[in-house]
Design a protein around this ligand. Sequence first.
Ligand code: FAD
Length: 272
Amino acid sequence: MLKTVDFSKYSSIKVGPLADVFIIEDFNYPKELYLLGHCNNVLIGPQHPPLMMLGKNFDYIKTENDLLCVGAATPGGKLLSFCKKHDIAHFELLPKLPGSLGGMIKMNAGLKEWEIFNHLHSIVTENGVVPKEKIPHGYRWTAFEGVVFEARFEIHKGFSEAQLELFKKMRDNQPNDPSAGSCFKNPPGDSAGRLIEAVGLRGHSIGNMAFSPKHANFLINLGGGTFEQAIELIELAQEKVFEKFGVWLENEVIVVDERHKGDNSPLHKPRT
Ligand SMILES: Cc1cc2nc3c(=O)[nH]c(=O)nc-3n(C[C@H](O)[C@H](O)[C@H](O)COP(=O)(O)OP(=O)(O)OC[C@H]3O[C@@H](n4cnc5c(N)ncnc54)[C@H](O)[C@@H]3O)c2cc1C
């Protein structure tokens, strides 16, 4: 089934064209298409590859054999409500972490030392159940082939309201404007926001896209901002930070456009 999606409305950064998207209903899907989750970490360009998304069949939460089994199209907010209601611990981070479980697994989403992989048991792909130990992963990256259809977690009792409040507070500095979350990954031992600020780009805009005055590592849409303006800002920050600090900022936001295929960074890292 195909569904027409307006990515300038659907994506969290409010950038992107109108496009037909293939909806995956079962384990059979066209391998050549690019998979999207709920579009909270992507910047979709006019020359995007053909796209697909998981359908509603993959939006569910159930418990089986002492494991919490979550369909990959399930929104994080729904999982949070379930865990709160059933007194399940370790999902208190989710309120301000928008996205589907599939997107969270692929990105190993998290905050500081808390990552979605911490209490992951296994994932289900078309090849069957893959235990966490078999999936290479680290800070905002994972390496596995294909689509995650389900994520399974160990169940620990004791939902913590205190932790929920703490995680919410830790995010007080995030802007409310449309964004795709952090634009760049933090380089080891440093913060991307600090580096962007140090080269004078906090609050800097090109057209209607800007690095937020509230948090420099958030690339925000001021209203009607374009893909090209976003790319220009990303490249500007990478160049300026490299020039001043010799540090190459690696994109956390994923650029989905044929011109940047196979390379998350709009510019190739210069040789040192
Ligand atoms: C305001 C805001 C705050 C944010 N804060 C945080 C934060 O604190 N920490 C953090 O880590 N992130 C944060 N993010 C980024 C975002 O919430 C996460 O990356 C989230 O995991 C994205 O999920 P998604 O479903 O939207 O994935 P998408 O953005 O649609 O896709 C992201 C990647 O996941 C892949 N993918 C999606 N679904 C699947 C699947 N089923 N199987 C395999 N691969 C899949 C896609 O191919 C793509 O490579 C924030 C974003 C916003 C807008």
